[in-house]
Design a protein around this ligand. Structure first.
Ligand code: PMT
Length: 223
């Protein structure tokens, strides 16, 4: 008997970095490889979900049974996520979205000179916070990438963004964070639990995280 606890549910996952263009040849971004988000999408699809993966630019194959929507910037990601939000059961925001973008995008390549230069940055929209404000029945699962006081910052993001769960990773841990095949995380729940997981492969961790959430929410069925 195949166990498909997410059958009939739509799961939206975001993954990878965003790129915020400075000019036609340069951008601001971060070190996200997409591995964690792709693992979450793979696990959701394997559990029977209709899975939409909204992905920044990364070099990974599309997991089996997953629909990938490629995006570049935080603004593109916001549009794609909102398009798929209404009928989603679970939204998992593994993407490392840029918090700032250049105020102006130069239409031509910026020319260098001998002196210093400055790029003015403005905030991008916080996608997850926007989803939290518009939440109806969706379960919202965020990630928090922290370098210090990880659990306290994670808890504060769970509250501020109106999330149901947040997966906190201390990205300074050599066994976790950006680029690695493994991760070390703690899952904080809306019921006040803090569940720590040992270091493991992101693909294995993704399954366990989803199973834990499914159990917590009583979503599990055996058909
Ligand atoms: O991609 P890998 O190389 O496998 O690395 C995995 C990872 C470290 C990127 C991943 O595990 C992770 O932590 N992802 C979230 C990274 C992040 O942007 O964290 P944050 O603490 O800055 O943001 C908190 C949450 O708000 C995140 O769910 C983020 O997607 C969301 N956010 C942030 C800013 C923004 N403008 N919009 C958002 O939705």
């Amino acid at each position: 008997k195949v166990d498909l606890p997410l059958k009939g549910k739509k799961v939206v996952v975001t993954a990878g970095p965003t790129r915020e263009r400075i000019d036609p040849v340069r951008y601001i971004s971060n070190f996200s490889s997409g591995k964690m988000g792709y693992a979450m999408a793979e696990a959701a699809a394997a559990m029977g979900a209709t899975t939409v993966l909204i992905s920044g630019p990364v070099d990974l194959p599309v997991p089996a049974g997953v629909q990938r929507i490629p995006v570049e910037s935080a603004a593109d990601m916001l549009d794609a996520v909102l398009t798929h939000y209404e009928d989603a059961s679970i939204v998992i925001k593994s993407a490392a979205v840029a918090d700032y973008k250049p105020k102006d995008q130069h239409p031509q390549k910026m020319k260098k000179n001998d002196g210093e230069t400055q790029i003015e940055l403005v905030r991008t929209t916080d996608i997850l916070k926007t989803l939290g404000e518009r939440k109806k029945n969706q379960l919202l699962v965020g990630f928090a990438a922290e370098t210090n006081d990880a659990l306290a910052y994670g808890q504060s993001k769970l509250n501020k963004k109106n999330l149901d769960y947040i997966i906190v990773n201390d990205v300074t841990d050599p066994a976790g964070g950006f680029g690695n095949d493994t991760n070390v995380v703690t899952l904080l729940t809306h019921t006040g639990q803090s569940i720590a997981f040992e270091a493991m492969q992101k693909r294995e961790l993704a399954k366990i995280l989803l199973q834990t959430i499914i159990k917590e929410e009583g979503l599990h069925t055996n058909d």
